[in-house]
Design a protein around this ligand. Structure first.
Ligand code: G6P
Length: 369
């Protein structure tokens, strides 16, 4: 397998670096500078999507985090209500399904037992239709869905999902644009969002150039027991994904919080032994996030901030580092900011000497309950 890994030390690292290609493939022949092309979700897809009044997104693990990002996007741009839930909960409770709701399953493998069971259960619950966002065309989830949009990440070997996630975001970006356009999103905004999505591969490529800096930063985490990840808005799920990656492969306990919740609990944990990793893209919530970070700093916590190049992070982090990057715009920034989260977890794990591609106790695809 050394051949397949090529120059990379692990599949995970290879897959992180494959993301520009994988995202470009996922967008290929589905979007042009004028917008999303017709019926990319399958025959009759656009007609069905035009009738949608709300969405229930169901998934597990990393795929669930992609769904959470999509909630921010779809509610903001298409003004449709979105619920996102882990499949293991959804399948066993009596969810209310308003008329005109679309069921969306997100799964890399298309064989996750809970996601598949949730989808089968949804048939009984009166949805308008089902859409699968999936990486494996012949999988059960895809076979059983009415509409489908394949991610084209190619085989993902590392148990910790990377390129599957960013390609899911690309696919969900297409879904967001289609829904938003049908519901009369302003033309100039539609053009701007389309341009951002088309730039996702090149912005991810740029984010990958941060690797040498992130290797240096990784040293700061290797002897830690815990870490806290913070983000606001659509970057909250990115913080969740960063924490999940770190837990999965480095075995450091990590938690993610919406930064505004810091004062409602986790601040009690912050001291000089608790590193805080924040994703701080430019935008209206930046000032709020800065004051959250100030609270961390005041308690001696070490800060690692990934900040959008345009965002001014005043006051130097006395104990900490601000790493500047370009998020590529408000829409795609969650996908771009995911990249340093992946690289950080990867390099911390490598330094700690864990089995990066096959972390203990975890499976690539959980096909039994
Ligand atoms: C397992 C994997 C995760 C993945 C999750 C959902 O836990 O280790 O990487 O995110 O399953 O898998 P799916 O194939 O449904 O996306």
């Amino acid at each position: 397998d050394a051949v397949e890994r090529g120059e990379y030390r692990h599949y995970m690292q290879k897959e992180i670096f494959e993301q520009p290609r994988a995202v470009a493939d996922t967008l290929e022949a589905r979007i042009s500078p004028n917008g999303v092309l017709p019926n990319i979700f399958g025959v009759g897809g656009d007609e069905l999507l035009a009738k949608v009044k709300g969405l229930h997104i169901i998934a597990c693990g990393t795929s669930y985090h992609a769904g959470l990002v999509a909630k921010y996007w779809i509610e903001e741009y298409a003004r449709l209500p979105v619920n996102v839930e882990v499949a293991s909960e959804y399948r066993y409770r009596e969810a209310v399904v308003p008329d005109g709701t679309l069921f969306v399953a997100i799964s890399q493998s298309g064989e996750t037992a809970d996601t598949l069971a949730a989808m089968r259960e949804s048939r009984r619950r009166g949805y308008l239709g089902t859409l699968a966002i999936c990486n494996v065309p012949e999988s059960s989830v895809v076979r059983e869905a009415d509409l489908k949009l394949m991610t084209r990440a190619g085989p993902e070997i590392g148990v910790a999902s990377t390129k599957a996630f960013t390609t899911q975001l690309a696919a969900l970006g297409l879904l967001t644009l289609q829904l938003a356009h049908q519901r009369g999103l302003d033309g100039a905004r539609y053009a701007d969002l389309t341009a951002q999505l088309l730039h996702m591969p090149s912005m991810i490529e740029k984010a990958l150039e941060l690797e040498p800096r992130i290797i240096e930063l990784s040293e700061r985490l290797i002897h830690r027991q815990h870490a806290l990840f913070l983000g606001r808005g659509a970057q909250h799920p990115v913080a969740m994904e960063g924490a999940l990656k770190l837990k999965e492969i480095s075995y450091i306990h990590a938690e993610a919080y919406a930064a505004g919740e810091l004062k409602h609990g986790p601040l009690a944990l912050v001291d000089e032994d608790m590193p805080v990793i924040a994703v701080a893209p430019n935008g209206p919530l930046l000032d709020k996030l800065k004051s959250n970070l100030q609270e961390v700093r005041a308690r001696g916590g070490e800060l690692l901030v990934f900040a959008d190049g345009e965002a001014s992070m005043d006051g130097n982090a006395s104990r900490g580092v601000i790493l500047r990057m370009d998020g590529g715009g408000d829409f795609i920034a969650p996908a771009v900011f995911t990249v340093p989260m992946q690289l950080l977890a990867y390099h911390v794990a490598v330094l700690r000497g864990t089995d990066v591609d096959q972390p203990r106790n975890l499976a690539k695809s959980v096909t039994v309950e």
